[in-house]
Design a protein around this ligand. Sequence first.
Ligand SMILES: [Zn+2]
Ligand SMILES: [Zn+2]
Length: 363
Amino acid sequence: MQISAQITHFHGVGIPFEIDEMPVVTTSEDVLVRVSLSTICGSDLHTVSGRRGADTPCVLGHEIVGTVAAPTNVRSATDETLQEGDRVTWSLTTACGTCDYCVNRNLPQKCETMFKYGHARSEGESALSGGFATHILLRPGTAIYRIPDAVTDREAVPVNCALATVVNGLLTIGMQAGETAVVHGSGMLGIYAACYLRENGYERVAVVDTNDARLEVAKRFGATDTFNPDKISVADIDAALKDVTDGRGADLGIEVSGVTIGIPNLVTWLGIGGRCVTLGYVYPNAHITVDAHQLVTKCITLRGVHNYHHKSLGTSLDFVEESRTRYPFGELIGKTYQLADINTAFQDAMDQAAIRIAIAPSL
Ligand SMILES: [Zn+2]
Ligand SMILES: [Zn+2]
């Protein structure tokens, strides 16, 4: 059976997306997936606004859920048989399993031959490589997970970028029940960080953002304290955090805002022995100025983390399945557009109309 796919192409800053049609060519090594739902991630916005470069034309979109669209012998990450019709999500990056990063450094997400969905030039065998399309081809080295039946598409769609990145970052920096955390940024990653920390024993999670509506969302996802730096000074936030930590300051800082004041603020707010993980600077030239004297005298650990180990995706799916009755994950997804309306969808996302704007290619 000949299948044809509709794909949207990003051609460059200021140029509207175009829809193209192409025949689907599969091999026995690929898994063809029909895209059910994709969301516009902050990094898609970085690309479209020109904050970071992209090889064009490019099919953007990497937060995706879909169904297996053709019979396959490829097995899931948990070694199950994948059947046509299975609802799936998958690792953002491929890994070869044999290079130095994969084998010795526990960084398969930085594999020497890594391929990243939604970020590649769309041509030849990479033509079906992004989520803003009716179909995507998953290549060897992708960790594919079946989505638990109880978890809806809306609850699952940002998991393979935003949540898995947060979970991987928090597992890397280390969590300890009873600590106080401060999250810089109340977008999708910050909101996920708040509820993941609470479910891991953090009784106090402060979230900082200049958008009050997003801070209100964070409260529904476990934030115990919220601060808007447009309304309260860095020094007053510091005092408030010290108030609730017996004068110590925060134990853990999570930078997910991507604004360059994020790390300097967190370094100010952390106490002695504090740890800070940054996931937010996914565009170049994000230069920061930090008082390194504070880093030294407070014995602060500062850790950058990019992408995620694919096992964090499995952990993330389990987390959503277990905690979905306590947090309204599906409500983080705002308006859902057809593929043909992708330009309007991106405008909504730029205007921060919702935490995530979605595109359903088969609407
Ligand atoms: Zn993303
Ligand atoms: Zn590798």
